[in-house]
Design a protein around this ligand. Structure first.
Ligand code: CTP
Length: 401
């Protein structure tokens, strides 16, 4: 239910912090990726080690870790699809209401574009205090979502409202939030990904090193936002995580073309495949024997799937192409957008700092749109790059309205 969702949990210093390992487990069980930031006081109630083991990620508290590495709050905020601050103490609430920035959690909160949910936990009178009530109202007016405290026995021994919502209730609020915010619900999306294999004879082919990971990550991201995704996938061992994606396995460029045409009425089309540009003019019926010193294989151009889709592009349809460039990014991208009738081009930097894009889990992308505007992104995982590309589609679509 939470597949592909990046949830950043901020734990502040209240006794209810002991329930957060359980919350982390529930979120992970539902498929989410979880990272945790703890305030200094939170560490008095629950250990970072426990949370690190459960979340399978490093847990951070300070701007610098013990090796003097900088914990980048902007990166953490950009990673998150949702920030959940639980338990939320009166102190952190007051900081959120007034923009105080004295720790990593607050810096991350202030840097975030995504939604923020808070689960307050306070003692009876504290929760009812005018300041608390007015601060809660204030942060709600900023767009934050409050998961109200529940009634019951409190740490002080008193009984009443102030207990942090149970992890099960926080989890169901999170699931409901994502279900009702499915940006692409009702939308049909076509993605092609992976390499193509062009047969030379029954046992040999011309192929390329594409793993398909980037296109697969885009398919997963769209599906997690409610889209009906058809993924036309060339030969690769990688598969999307989301079980709702319709996968059509193909081998050659012409098979990929044929299958893509079946979904050419999609609302959004993303051509991420590394389609072979040339194929053998004819395929030998039987295995070619090594009889001659030199073997010439005559190649002919394959069909340009993206161009074909561009020629028949519908008015409202969004068509996105990919490009692998080493230089003159803008010049080539501009040409591609015009020649292939695209809305925008995602350019992979061929020689990124991760040592190249093929097969890697990392990618460094730039997006060039019809107005020649370049949006550059730093080196990031292909999952995160997919989120950036999908967010770009969301912004592009709303700017067209
Ligand atoms: N593409 C396609 N069919 C082809 C070849 C490419 O649909 N036969 C698509 C790819 O999926 C990608 C884009 O076209 O979205 C790549 O554009 P292309 O013009 O092939 O450029 P590059 O491969 O980046 O390089 P070059 O222009 O140097 O050939």
């Amino acid at each position: 239910m939470l597949q592909n969702k990046n949830i950043l949990i901020g734990i502040t210093g209240g006794i209810a912090a002991y329930k957060i390992p359980h919350l982390v487990r529930l979120l992970i069980k539902n498929g989410a990726n979880v990272k945790v930031i703890m305030s200094n006081y939170a560490r008095e109630f629950v250990t970072p080690q426990t949370l690190s083991v459960l979340s399978k990620n490093e847990v951070v508290t300070d701007f610098f870790d013990s090796n003097s590495n900088w914990n980048n709050h902007v990166k953490l905020a950009a990673w998150a699809d949702l920030i959940v601050i639980a338990p939320l103490t009166a102190n952190t609430l007051a900081k959120m209401a007034n923009g105080l920035c004295d720790n990593l959690l607050m810096a991350t909160y202030l840097s975030a574009n995504c939604k923020v949910m808070v689960a307050p936990a306070m003692d009876l009178e504290m929760y009812k205090h005018q300041t608390t009530l007015s601060n809660l109202k204030k942060i709600e007016s900023f767009g934050n979502i409050i998961i109200p405290a529940e009634s019951g026995e409190l740490a002080s021994g008193l009984s009443g409202e102030g207990r942090m919502a149970e992890p099960e209730n926080i989890t169901s609020t999170i699931i409901k939030y994502f279900e009702t915010n499915l940006t692409f619900s009702g939308k049909k999306i076509l993605i092609n990904a992976g390499p193509t294999y062009e047969a030379i004879d029954p046992v040999r082919f011309i192929g390329n090193r594409s793993s398909g990971k980037m296109g697969i990550a885009i398919a997963d991201e769209f599906a997690s936002l409610g889209a009906a995704v058809n993924l036309v996938l060339g030969p690769t061992q990688h598969l999307p995580k989301n079980k709702n994606i319709n996968i059509i396995k193909v081998e050659s460029a012409s098979e990929m073309h044929e299958q893509c045409l079946m979904f050419s009425d999609s609302d959004i089309i993303v051509c991420a495949a590394a389609v072979a540009d040339y194929k053998p003019e004819s395929i030998a019926d039987s295995k070619i024997k090594k009889e001659n010193e030199v073997l010439n294989i005559k190649l002919e151009k394959t069909v340009d799937i993206l161009s074909e889709l561009g020629k028949n592009k519908k008015q409202e349809q969004i068509l996105v192409g990919f490009a692998l460039e080493t230089e003159n990014l803008l010049e080539y991208a501009k040409k591609k957008i015009a020649n292939k009738n695209l809305d925008f081009v995602v350019a992979n930097l061929a020689n990124n700092q991760a040592g190249g894009v093929f097969g890697s889990d990392m990618n460094e992308i730039s997006i060039v749109n019809k107005d020649n505007k370049i949006t550059k992104f730093e080196l990031m995982t292909k999952e995160l790059a997919a989120k950036k590309i999908v967010n770009y589609v969301v912004e592009y679509t709303s700017s067209k309205k």
